[in-house]
Design a binder for this molecule. Sequence first.
Ligand code: PHE
Ligand code: ZN
Length: 881
Amino acid sequence: MRTDTGQVFRLEDYRPSDYLIPSTGLTFRLSPDNTTVITELAIERRDGVNGTPPLELDGDGLALRRIEIDGKPLEETAYEATPDRLLIHEPPHSGSFHLLIETQIAPARNEALMGLYRSNGVYCTQCEAEGFRRITYFLDRPDILSVYTVRIEARRDEAPLLLSNGNPRERGELADGRHYAVWHDPFPKPSYLFALVAGDLGRVGDSFVTASGRQVELGIYVERGKERLAAYAMDALKRSMRWDEEVFGLEYDLDVFNIVAVSDFNMGAMENKGLNIFNDKYVLADEETATDADFANIEAVIAHEYFHNWTGNRITCRDWFQLCLKEGLTVFRDHEFSADQRSRAVKRIAEVRTLRAHQFPEDQGPLAHPVRPRRYREINNFYTATVYEKGSEVVRMIRTILGAKKFREGMNLYFERHDGDAATVEDFLKVFEDVSGRDLSQFALWYHQAGTPTVVASSSHDARTGEFTLEIEQSVPPTPMESRKRAMHVPLAFGLVGPDGNDIAYTAANGADVEDGIIHLHKRKHMVKFSGIAQRPSISLNRGFSAPVTLSLEQSSTDRAFLARHDSDAFCRWQAFNTLLTETLISAFRSVLGGKQPDFAPDLPQLAGTIAADEELEPAYRALTLTLPGEADMAREIGSNIDPDAIHMAREALLRAIGEANRNLFSELHVKLRVDGPFSPDAASAGRRALRNTMLDYLSALPDGAARAADHFDTATNMTDRIAALTVLAHRHRASDNARNALASFEAKYRGDALVMDKWFQVQASMPGAQAVEVVRALMEHPSFSMANPNRVRSLVGTFASANQTGFHRADGAGYDLFVDAVLAVEKRNPQVAARLATALRSWRSLEPGRQAKAREALLRIGAAKGLSADLRDIVERTLA
Ligand code: PHE
Ligand code: ZN
């Protein structure tokens, strides 16, 4: 593992390399402990470079075995090789030469899961961001595009399957039971997109004919015996390929497209050219083992990686500061895909909930950084919600500002102008300026300025003059290393909702650019006056969540309740009710802190009943609306001096109050919504299950709740229902026999299925209350658990630290002790996963003083460990700063 050197990389230091590598040949002689890699590079000095500057190649833990230039071994004085770098003092004066390098690596001992490693006996690679340098010395940076030819040799019995990027070229037999295959990828690509897979895997095959008639062989490779579980992923892949043709005019460009599922993977999946490698949890699914959420995630991740073929691969990033160029844009594309495949309204609400749950706390805490950062110590720590999710929101705003037509023209120009390039955020913005004639320089602040902007708005109506006035003020809070902020261009979609629920037309608007239902804020303060408004409207603001801001809108509960029923914008309708819930929860929290039982006026529970019963609304939408803000959502809204126990009590009290008030209705729905007949993962069926399980959540808090949940569990015919029941049993009735039996029978049934056991770990790791610490400690010894597998670690320790407010933040600090032990144990093998885990403490400063002190101590203890990796040190130091 790379220990920290303290080096900081800065955007302003970007400089093109002196040398280019137009072609790369790789030969792998695979063996678990002793793999030989022969790298043959055609190297050329970049035009305009004077003299013969030294050539410095990146390495990471490498052992050099051989080095030749133009067929001749290099003298020892001509170069310097360390594990981390290869320096050739004086390359040939012609500036054009062949470099041969032989390195030796041990995939079986690679536990960091970067570079070439073994997962379940399968050789696989992970090169983004800087893993290629763990395979061979190279200019391991995204602006070095090279054409790869790859030869793989392995024992046939161990690895009948040999895959790499591009198209297959040749294969054959070798002596001693070995064989080989050669792959050629005609598209120049950066090293981070290189991939190799070799092993014995099952295959699901299909084919796809592109719009222009290219026949593409599709393959999904999974552990033998699990082929059936890849059917949904294959279907999602074909739908993604069609969608990208229809919506963006983008076709696939090789003869084959392969996906391989592996069980040890640091992230979700990887878009290697023509050979995507996936965490198996985003491939394998059937109703017995996967929830509706899993199906939706598989669809989204398959699409995301496929869409990278254009946004990421054909057009890549100049440097890692531009990461959002491929990630934010590709997330935007996968969001749009899912919206088209499912329910757009429901998808949008779910996106906003994710953004608020993950990106907002990041943007509001010590790890805040711009969508395009200007500095980093460890790039692995910048695969963040800000780069991905806020990055996607920024692209969405460009579409909002330009309109769908101009946006598409801009995208077309982007592909036309930059195909084959390693591009920048500036290149991206420029195409939209060029097609629209708009100046996006103020808008560009969304890429450069960190922090979630706050927009405060209030309104007044003058019946006499027919004038409706909106006062709006924006501000961006200070973030690390950025104290002064400039006013942003904030596009706020809005409507003035009249008493009949329809939007009211106005005759004129002054005080801001208002066009097509959007108020464009450009200044800190705007006073927008609408004329021709006879009756006081209810303002519906930030419709569709058009801007990723914290909106604080002064509005009466009556208006909110009205909008919760009548707003034509589904997002704002959801938001109105959600705000009512949040306000009620926060006042209940204050009661609990003051030692009082919270009590609730009847109108909110009544409104919940009205929404639950409204057959005009999609079940999935009703489920989202009736899901109470989570404990972490409440903590974020409260902001400081957090006491997680009081939050938990307040939330449970409101849940009970709503359940009691609607007992009959919710019971009826719980019975009626049961989906009979064959299982289908489609959005409508999933929506019915979601609403029914939301009903169960409420009902489980009532006196006969445990019995009902146990029955729900016993009669479940799919994983979605089973997990919903198991969760309420374990969380609300943990001492009951019902809970114990359900946990035991689930374990007995799924013991052999690691991905399903992850759910069993998650349910218990998120169990509220003090005893969770002991439960998680005990589960760390469970035979299905392993500190070496990222999915296991995330399910048990990750869930505990990020989704168990009361357990993790236990007042005596025992949750933090567990956390420190686990982070340090993981870090020994896998610094990247450890660093990700450590971000769970990023909001430590908003805790009440006692917990705050203990959390700080925990961070200091991690920081004091010897030989800490760059990954973990970076997170700990920024979190404490
Ligand atoms: N580029 C991958 C994606 O977003 C994520 C990833 C990053 C995977 C780094 C592995 C390592 O699709
Ligand atoms: Zn991506």
